[in-house]
Design a protein around this ligand. Structure first.
Ligand code: TXA
Ligand code: MG
Length: 319
């Protein structure tokens, strides 16, 4: 029997019972549990096979809730919350003692966001606790953007995926911490740097493992297909390099027809970066199922969401 269901009250029951449930958000599906239940939070880590030092994002129903969980909220954090929530930014702030260290990987900060999905907002409003939810994929695998992706990963491990349709944004939230009150981007994501800067001025990006020990989850290899993947800005040359292999191609809007290509996905024929982002993970899931020898991914323009997409593609190529 399928674990996919649209029944919010069933999700409420399971979560109240300290079980974990996969939930839809505008970015990717999350694997959710009560932040105050050690049983549920441990089940999240175990199901994902995620190391305990890698902290979880806490999902809350509204802005007012924030003050019950964190303190010393910088002015620019307030501006960002007001501008983008509900929506794809996550703020890393000083935690209050009510947040268990199991959630934060032992750190004194906690990552918080309000997701923008009607079903999950209804769920959060009904529950009397916030939800810890990492992306609903096994550690180091491609994040899920449909209920079916989650079912493919976890049909034997969890009881329910709340089906909210395909995720509209398609890549994870942008994660922002603060140093001396100034915003630092730890993870590029569904909110572009340009959009952040329109609200708070210059932001600093520290999304490399070496530069951001504050964000222990930013391991280099991530979002990875099982198939060997390469990233290129010289498509014709790279196609020659892998001649004779079963090649899958992931391009932005390339219309090149080439006999060497066995399977091809175009992310946005009209060159729209939002559309490309929303299709990215499903494209990687599909490519990974074609028994290819290699996936060749074309680099996107390095601005707007193109920057976030390139970041994910680069991490997908690390072995
Ligand atoms: O869009 C999203 O953010 C999705 C949906 C489900 O909300 N969630 C998500 O969670 O992407 P996850 O677990 O895959 O990524 C969370 C990342 C961690 O890997 C870590 O880098 C960062 O958030 N993080 C969490 N708590 C942190 C903290 N206290 N300090 C710094 N980084 C933190
Ligand atoms: Mg993840």
């Amino acid at each position: 029997m399928s674990i996919i269901s649209k029944d919010i009250s069933k999700a409420v029951k399971l979560l109240n019972n300290e079980e974990i449930v996969a939930i839809p958000t505008e970015t990717v599906y999350g694997l959710a549990g009560n932040i105050y239940s050690e049983k549920a939070v441990k089940a999240i880590f175990e199901t994902k096979q995620r190391p305990f030092f890698n902290p979880l994002i806490v999902h809350i129903p509204n802005i007012e809730y924030l003050e019950t969980l964190v303190e010393d909220i910088p002015e620019k954090a307030k501006l960002l919350a007001e501008a983008f929530w509900p929506g794809p930014i996550t703020l890393v702030l000083k935690k209050k003692s009510i947040i268990p260290y199991l959630i934060t990987g032992g750190k004194d900060t906690v990552a918080v966001r309000i997701p923008n999905h009607p079903m999950t907002l209804e769920l959060l409003a009904t529950l009397d606790f916030p939800l810890a939810a990492p992306s609903a994929n096994p550690f180091n695998r491609i994040s899920p953007t449909t209920a079916e992706h989650v079912e493919g990963y976890f049909k034997n491990e969890i009881k329910m995926v709340l089906d909210g349709g395909p995720c509209q944004k398609g890549i994870e939230s942008t994660i922002i911490g603060f140093e001396n009150g100034e915003p630092i981007v730890y993870r590029l994501g569904s909110t572009s740097i340009e959009d952040l800067e329109a609200v708070v001025g210059n932001v600093i990006i520290k999304n490399k493992k070496e530069a951001a020990p504050e964000a222990p989850g930013m391991l280099e290899r991530h979002y990875a297909p099982k198939t060997k993947t390469v990233l290129t800005s010289h498509l014709t040359k790279t196609l020659k390099d892998y001649k004779g292999l079963r090649i899958g191609l992931l391009t932005y809007n390339d219309i090149l027809n080439n006999d060497a290509i066995d399977f091809k996905i175009i992310l946005s024929e009209s060159k729209n970066l939002e559309e490309a982002a929303s299709k990215l993970y499903d494209a990687l899931h599909q490519l990974d199922q074609q028994n290819l020898d290699i996936i060749i991914a074309e680099q996107l323009p390095d601005y707007g969401l193109g920057k976030s997409i390139n970041d994910r593609l680069l991490r997908a190529t690390k072995s």
